[in-house]
Design a protein around this ligand. Sequence first.
Ligand code: FSO
Ligand code: SF4
Length: 544
Amino acid sequence: MENTAMFCFQCQETAGNTGCTKNGVCGKTAKTANLQDMLMYVTKTLCEAAVHARRQGIAVDGGINRYVNLNLFTTITNANFDDGVFMARIKQSLAFKKELLAKLGDVSSLSVHALWHAESEEEIMQKARTVGILSIENIDIRSMKELIAYGLKGLSAYLKHAAALGYEDENLYVFMQESLAMLLQDADLDKLIAHAVKTGEMGVQAMALLDKANTETFGHPEITKVNIGVRNRPGILISGHDLADLEELLEQSKDSGVDIYTHSEMLPAHYYPKFKKYAHFAGNYGNAWWKQTEEFEKFNGPVLLTTNCLVPPKASYKDRLFTTGCAGFSGCRHIAGEYAKDKDFSEIISLAKTCAAPTELEQGEIIGGFAHNQVLALADKVVDAVKQGLIKKFVVMAGCDGRQKSREYYADFAKALPKDTVILTAGCAKYKYNKLDLGDIGGIPRVLDAGQCNDCYSLAVIALKLKEVFGLEDINDLPLAFNVAWYEQKAVIVLLSLLYLGVKNIHLGPTLPAFLSPNVAKFLTEQFGIAPITDVENDLRILL
Ligand code: FSO
Ligand code: SF4
């Protein structure tokens, strides 16, 4: 293994588009990165024990399923920077494994990894330096194994949100654990490629489960205008993706005299009917995650991060930044509880009452709520517009936003699209063009926002429906192009899901993932037509 302080290349901002080796561009220290590697390793070994237990007819507790799942989610880019959290989760995972191993009669078929154990933090830290990504020497195998691992991390996020609303599918947890156990073993490229596509299939199932959980709990998203200005009372800003946490916060704060605002990926909450009944649910404040250092400062009141993307906070607001769930930052207060109902937000609400109202950033409204149910309700109108030639093409521009200058490409691309094209979006990528006033086509807005990144599922449902309406054999025959922006590992599960659904010729940017080795990138290009973005003019020509 190369002798670097750390090695991480799981996100789009990785140093030099090769790997972070001294500390993370995201703000993660080398120690945190090594602890995250160690948590991934220990989780894989726990999964091997769990897989063996099931084979021997020994039940694996639902608590272990959720613990493994949250281990993965905690290692997602920008979720958690707290070394204490990682060490505690490593120790608890080892304890779970020890319990399972004690129940297994014969452990002779288990790997040395599954049988590895340590009690002291020194031993754990020592081992951590040997189990990182670079410990896999063959770069193609490393590439495919990490592609699958990142897909599983994305999957874990969606399963966590579904579980928070009481929706779980044991099969998906079992798949995750079998996959993680498999990643510890030697495997050839063909097997890993097949497994990556299978992971995409499970991604579709997880997104469908979360869609069911969200829509059965909060109603179907509907066309909604969201205020982006501010009111004159103090507020609480909630960010991340966890709608169960939002609901609980709205309930606990409803008569408190403070308003609740969403930030970044929480914006789509406004599209759900159930949240509309809260008079103090004021609007959306600010933009995508990476603007938070500036925007949290100006918000003046407490901020609650329910998931990623968290940027290491500035001292000016660190004492009013709270985390919950997978999110964490050493020195920031963490609201405990596995389910939203167990969480007590009173400390945040009391603090809000002592704060000034938010500083206004902008005024006006943005429109969204175009998830599958709403778009299918407009299907006749959409189909007519296509048949009359008013809409020539749909362009999926879903995914993530980020701080790199090169991402201006997406705003420029949106502006340069001809007036007879419609952008379908989901995820925080939308902040590059959702305030540009791109107009409408016969009343259909030119930017249709389905919701959070997991709501890419809605875009797939819409595409499959259009395929049926137009009587097409192949989804790739639709007037539909994909120009997707990625940043972290949820985008990886979305990408694998699209590949599983047979979508070809996805343009991916602002850079291709560093974790794709040249051979794996070549394979994806040949097999699925995946291509990097170039410049606006050239890509418009290719995609349209
Ligand atoms: Fe964005 Fe962050 Fe939603 Fe991600 S806020 S980057 S793909 O967490 O999950 O779109
Ligand atoms: Fe670097 Fe991204 Fe890993 Fe952070 S998550 S250390 S920025 S590759």
